[in-house]
Design a binder for this molecule. Structure first.
Ligand SMILES: Cc1cc2nc3c(=O)[nH]c(=O)nc-3n(C[C@H](O)[C@H](O)[C@H](O)COP(=O)(O)O)c2cc1C
Length: 270
């Protein structure tokens, strides 16, 4: 169904429109005119009790039946390590990084943090600290200093402990859970994935690099990160340039994609 054909009470799923904009009331397609959000008080301590939340779409299961461009975005997503020198408008970057608010997180702890670097000098400094010069000397493009923006993906672990010390998350003795995995890193990865997809949606290319431990302190200093915020990875954004050298030599260029049945098991492992 084309957008114009939709009945008036069928509000489109926000993800199809713009990734950053506040999501208005979502109504059920059956014509129920009761705003879903106003009747939802599932997590009162998180929201301001009776105040309707206008910033969030209620689960709209009907929306999942509609065709979206996700498949195309996913098909185009790949690491690009060379960019044209063109500036990316600030509002485009803002929309991309605003996706952080759509990221899921354990207990809605929202420990994800981004530091967006667009100043040329600062990008060059980051590039210097992580050793870009070596690769440029080897004939690669200036992946980091040449990006329009660096999105430094960070995690604040303390958000998770603070959240899981709240009464609805502690056990009878008031004790925080034993963390099975460090979800602050996992959730930072989920936020990063949104940035990678939003970048493609905005016509940009993106890359990701991790930071060797010994270079971490230098970057932390440059960005003036507080002690309780950890760097997880860095996303580079820009308009794609020719990237043949790294396409050929990157991990993706030098090894096959694993077969699906090695990665996905059904019902049981064996
Ligand atoms: C956490 C993380 C760290 C990465 N670090 C680097 C890196 O330091 N250098 C690099 O060239 N690619 C890096 N990559 C990109 C991967 O090599 C790339 O995702 C993989 O080869 C698959 O290619 P594709 O993303 O284009 O499909 C990193 C990716 C992730 C998720």
């Amino acid at each position: 169904m084309r957008e114009g054909d939709q009945p008036r009470n069928r509000v489109r799923f926000a993800f199809e429109d713009r990734l950053d904009c506040p999501v208005g009331t979502v109504r059920h397609p059956a014509g129920d005119s009761v705003p879903e959000r106003e009747s939802t008080r599932r997590v009162p301590e998180e929201n301001a009790l009776d105040v309707p939340v206008h910033d969030d779409a209620a689960a709209d299961h009907w929306a999942y039946c509609r065709r979206v461009e996700f498949r195309e975005i996913l098909r185009r997503r790949r690491m690009v390590r060379a960019y044209r020198p063109d500036e990316v408008p600030r509002d485009v970057l803002e929309k991309i990084v605003a996706t952080i608010r759509r990221a899921p997180s354990a207990g809605f702890s929202q420990g994800q943090r981004f530091v967006v670097v667009t100043e040329a000098d600062l990008k060059r400094e980051v590039a210097r600290v992580v050793g870009e010069d070596f690769y440029v000397g080897e004939g690669f493009a200036p992946w980091i200093s040449g990006a329009a923006a660096l999105v430094v993906v960070c995690a604040r672990e303390a958000d998770y402990h603070e959240r899981y010390q709240q009464p609805d998350k502690t056990d009878a003795a008031g004790t925080e859970i034993e963390w099975p995995v460090p979800y602050w890193h996992v959730d930072a990865g989920k936020a990063a994935m949104l940035v990678l997809l939003a970048a493609v949606d905005a016509g940009l290319a993106a890359g990701v690099f991790g930071m060797p431990v010994e270079r971490m302190a230098g970057v932390r200093d440059l960005l003036e990160l507080p002690d309780d915020v950890a760097i997880v990875e860095v996303i580079t954004l820009g308009y794609a340039a020719e990237d043949t050298a790294s396409d050929r030599l990157s991990s993706r260029g030098t090894r096959p994609r694993k077969p699906l049945d090695e990665l996905v098991r059904w019902e049981r492992w064996s």
